[in-house]
Design a protein around this ligand. Structure first.
Ligand code: ADP
Ligand code: MG
Length: 966
């Protein structure tokens, strides 16, 4: 026995385990086949072989640090700064480097945080493995699996390491990730008949490989290679780790930024050429004047470039994705977050997503009697009775058989846990299950019927299992008892009844005739019509002649599952989840179509769908999956319930909706759902019920399986992209508008050095009018009305309609500024004494005429009010009127960002002394050169803003009428 505690030894890689008898492998690794590794052995094996991880190629630091910062806009910006520096304007480049530096630091910090958090997110949806250690089954993260571990896998699981099969049943493995072969490979526990021979991977039928999936069946196996020594590990050292830090939206953003950058570049070059032209026509073109012209143009260009646009959108996306994770939606594919926000059709599984998946059998129907079952949930407290007479095994032969059949033809385990005490002697217990809830209900039923059922069924010896397959909706297990072989089959009534040739009545097997068949179906429909799940239970004796055929062969299942004896059916209650009704109401308000998909019968699905308001008689249709083909384009959108669905139907449903231009989300849990999940615009795998295959194929994982979490995800997705669109709208609108008016002002033929605002004023513009509002958008709250809007059709951020609206808004703002500016400039709006009492301390009034100082101040105030107060308020809920948007009281936090910018403006205008202090310490850049404005001036400014305010409200009203959404 001391032998078993010896450390496992790392094996040389050229040992062909597929040629080793299993006993030899056990010996080599010193393992007790029943108990698996001991914790000590596992620890030693871990030390020797290292963690079960594939080597990741570290991304170079430069890539991590520079990738988030570098985009064309930044490059143009930096080149401009270098040009300024070369032109001798070193001082002017100081704020540039402060701004770029600040941006860079935020971007790098954000990037590193994102990498970490996305890594953590990935871990959340990472695979785990069932391992036998110290004689107990435990679930471990894949990277803790070690050489020598005995593992167990079943349909849908991911193979956690390279291993040799010990015992398997109907096992097929999808090895496409390794070999590229798309057909699943049948596996066996047997030794390769041609010993000694070296086999290629695909012929190693008794081996399973890291990263492949169980397509069907189950097995136990012993781990022989982990981590880099596995077959996939050997090739994956060449693969770079799929980069988690790659943020898809950034590419889109960089694209927008690129055009803005190029636009500005063209403008500033044009401005320089124009100025030179004007200067030469005035015969004052010299190096000095040319240099000044260049400095002015470049500086202007730098002020209007929205360099933090890509950064802000990335921050919004990442914070949004993390919030989603907290709320139970783990995003696996960042680029699909947007689709989730735009979803217009949600296809949801019924069982477990819309319902609780806490199955309780409430009735049992047999040909002779109908029994009731008391009790609720997995607690086996309750009885099986017939008008309150406890059913007893002697009188109820088919009931007895039915319950045993359900109990044996079962893979679920019930666990009792003591959670507290009740009084002195009694303890409070809670029951949990490992396995399928449907099967759990049969186990509970057995225990309610006979508390000693486990002893009673010991006479049955397990031989073989034909696993549950959702495309044929049944499962069977073969047992032997007293030399007889008995097959138990259970599954969907309509699918099993045709396989039955006899039924049991008071202990006798009678041939099934039309009469009894109708009776069974009528009764089944009665209960299904009330929303119950129905499961028919059968058995049969198997002749010795049949048993001789290979149980693993393709035909075995068919020959076994025929000539069955109908015992009865159980009626299973699976109530809807509590919060689903509300979530469905929310979807309807949000213009999202909810479709129920179930493997249960249409009657069952329809009844539950009706309760949940998914299905309305007369308006909606409910069909079976295989009727899909005959459904016309016109009828298709009316279908809201699909019953008896097989996985391939899900694919057809996704395709047909996509053909209609809908954005479809599809939920799934099974192995066969993988294709539909990856086809959908937004594939959602269930976190609890879901198989590894489904999770791998999905774009997102719903941790609690609940439909309301899906809807929460949609809400988060919508608000996330609303924010991003708002930020983009804001920056594009503001940058383009400013670029146009600022550069047009430089086209003054009389004065090539005419500036709308001077250098210091442009700095304050940059901070107040650009930075603070965008922070408000970034950190503002979610709109309460986000789920009152219809789904957005266009995947584009800026549609043609939006460009039109934007142009009108730019015109309105631009006109307000320019008109007042020029009215001041030409003296129509005159100077008051108060005005003249406060001209900037270094305001060189000799250089700049007083009228112009006033024009600059007034123009700036209007720009400020329109851009950094009114526009943010108007576009923060861009699809609603300003009035409605203000009612949506979530904006308090956003005001935190408007207040400081307003303070800076006031300081800029009124507090000469503060300016002086700042200016003395930091140089001339804080020299604002504004003029005191009196009440009359403010009133003029406010009035000048009104056309822009109401004009924009008006065009948005028209847009709403025309159903143009932002
Ligand atoms: P859903 O899509 O609603 O989860 P399933 O695919 O799980 O439905 O089940 C579809 C049908 O298959 C059920 O109505 C039931 O009749 C049958 N069924 C479900 N689970 C089992 C099982 N473990 N064994 C046999 N039949 C089952
Ligand atoms: Mg299911």
């Amino acid at each position: 026995m001391t032998n078993t505690l010896e450390p496992t030894i790392p094996k040389p890689e050229n040992i062909f385990y597929y040629n080793y008898p299993i006993e030899e492998i056990f010996n080599e690794f010193s393992i007790d086949p029943k108990r698996g590794l001991s914790s000590e052995q596992a620890l030693k094996s871990l030390e020797l072989n290292g963690p079960n991880e594939l080597k990741k190629v570290k991304k170079s630091l430069i890539k991590v640090i520079l990738a988030p910062i570098i985009n064309l806009l930044i490059i143009i910006y930096l080149l401009s700064a270098v040009a300024m520096w070369a032109l001798g304007e070193v001082q002017r480049t100081v704020p540039t480097f402060i701004i770029v530096g600040f941006n860079a630091i935020v971007a790098i910090v954000q990037q590193l945080r994102a990498e970490k958090q996305l890594e953590a997110l990935k871990k959340l949806s990472e695979a785990s493995a069932t391992v036998i250690r110290d004689g107990k089954e435990t679930v471990l993260p894949t990277n803790e699996v070690v050489v020598g571990d005995i593992i167990k896998v079943k349909t849908g699981d991911k193979i956690p390491a390279d291993c040799r099969i010990l015992e398997c049943m109907n096992l097929s493995i999808d090895e496409s990730s390794l070999t590229g072969e798309s057909e699943p490979v049948k596996k066996t526990q047997d030794l390769n008949p041609n010993h000694e021979e070296e086999l290629p991977l695909q012929d190693q039928k008794n081996m399973m490989f890291f990263g492949t999936f169980v397509a069907l069946g189950q097995c136990s196996a012993i781990v022989v290679h982990t981590g880099a020594h596995t077959e996939i590990g050997k090739i994956s050292t060449m693969l770079e780790e799929s980069s988690t830090g790659e943020i898809p939206l950034r590419n889109k953003m960089n694209h927008v930024a690129k055009y803005l950058g190029i636009g500005v570049l063209i403008l500033l070059i044009f401005s320089i050429i124009w100025k030179s032209f004007v200067l030469s026509s005035l015969e004052s073109l010299s190096w000095d004047s040319f240099r000044d012209a260049m400095i002015l143009s470049i500086d202007l260009g730098m002020k209007v470039m929205p360099i933090n646009l890509p950064l802000l959108t990335t921050i919004v996306l990442l914070t949004g994705v993390l919030v989603m994770a907290q709320k139970g939606v783990i995003v696996r594919e960042l680029s699909r977050t947007e689709s989730l926000g735009r979803v217009s059709v949600v296809c949801s599984d019924k069982t477990g997503t819309l319902t609780k998946n806490e199955m309780t059998i409430t009735k049992i129907w047999t040909a002779s009697k109908e029994y009731e079952v008391s009790g609720y949930g997995y607690d086996p407290e309750g009885i099986v009775h017939y008008s309150w007479n406890r059913a007893n095994p002697v009188e109820n032969f088919e009931l007895d058989m039915l319950i045993s059949s359900g109990y044996l033809n079962n893979n679920c385990v019930l666990n009792q846990k003591i959670v507290g005490t009740l009084g002195k002697s009694k303890t409070k217990t809670s029951w949990s299950i490992i396995g399928l809830p449907t099967e759990a209900s049969l186990k509970v039923l057995g225990k309610k019927y006979k508390s000693d059922i486990d002893d009673k069924i010991k006479v049955y010896e397990f031989i073989h299992e034909f696993s549950f397959d959702s495309s044929i909706k049944r499962m069977s297990k073969l047992f032997s008892k007293d030399g007889n072989k008995i097959l138990f089959t259970k599954g969907a009534t309509e699918w099993i009844l045709p396989l039955c040739s006899r039924y049991q009545l008071e202990g006798k097997n009678l041939p099934i005739n039309e009469e009894i068949r109708t009776k069974i179906l009528e009764n089944m429909n009665l209960y299904a019509g009330q929303g119950y799940r129905i499961l028919t239970i059968t058995n049969r004796l198997i002749d010795e002649t049949l048993i001789e055929q290979d149980l693993e062969s393709e035909t075995a299942r068919q020959t076994f599952e025929s000539d069955l004896i109908f015992l009865g059916f159980v009626v299973i209650l699976d109530p809807p989840r509590d919060d689903v009704f509300q979530a469905i109401t929310d979807c309807k308000k949000a213009g999202i179509n909810v479709i129920m998909i179930t493997g249960d019968s249409i009657s069952t699905g329809k009844a539950i769908a009706e309760k949940l308001d998914i299905y309305n008689e007369g308006i909606n249709l409910a069909i079976e999956g295989n009727q899909l083909e005959g459904i016309s384009e016109k009828e298709f959108p009316k279908i809201s319930v699909y019953g008896r669905v097989s996985p391939e139907h899900k694919q057809i449903i996704v395709q047909r909706y996509q053909k209609m231009g809908k954005v479809v989300s599809m939920s799934g849990d099974g192995v066969n759902d993988a294709l539909a999940l990856s086809m959908a615009d937004c594939g959602l795998a269930m976190g609890i019920q879901g198989t590894e295959v489904a999770k791998e194929a999905a774009d997102m994982v719903i941790t609690d399986d609940s439909f309301s979490t899906i809807v929460t995800g949609i809400r988060e997705g919508r608000s996330l992209f609303m924010k991003i669109r708002t930020i983009i709208y804001f920056f594009v609108c503001v940058s383009v508008m400013e670029a146009i008016i600022l550069f047009s002002a430089t086209l003054n033929i009389n004065d090539p050095f005419f500036e709308m605002w001077d250098y210091g004023q442009l700095n304050i513009l940059y901070v107040t009018a650009h930075l603070f509002p965008s922070l408000g958008f970034t950190f503002g709250n979610i709109s309460k009305t986000i789920m009152d809007e219809k789904p957005r059709d266009s995947a584009e951020i800026i549609t043609k309609d939006i460009i039109k609206i934007m142009l009108v808004q730019m015109l309105l703002i631009g006109l307000a500024i320019i008109i007042v500016y020029y009215l001041c400039l030409n003296g129509t709006i005159g100077l008051s004494e108060f005005n003249l009492s406060g001209i900037g301390y270094n305001g060189s009034p000799n250089d700049v005429p007083q009228f112009q100082i006033k024009a600059r101040t007034m123009g700036f105030v209007i720009l400020f009010i329109l851009e950094s107060i009114l526009m943010p308020l108007q576009i923060r809920r861009i699809n609603h009127s300003l009035k409605d948007s203000l009612h949506d009281i979530n904006y308090k936090k956003e005001f935190l960002f408007y207040i400081p910018s307003f303070l800076i403006l006031i300081v800029g205008i009124y507090s000469l002394s503060i300016q002086e202090i700042i200016g003395q310490n930091l140089g001339t850049m804080f020299n604002f050169n504004f003029m005191f404005l009196d009440i009359r001036d403010w009133v003029i400014c406010l009035i000048a803003c009104l056309p822009a305010l109401f004009g924009f409200e008006y065009i948005r009203k028209i847009a709403r009428k025309k159903h143009i959404s932002f």
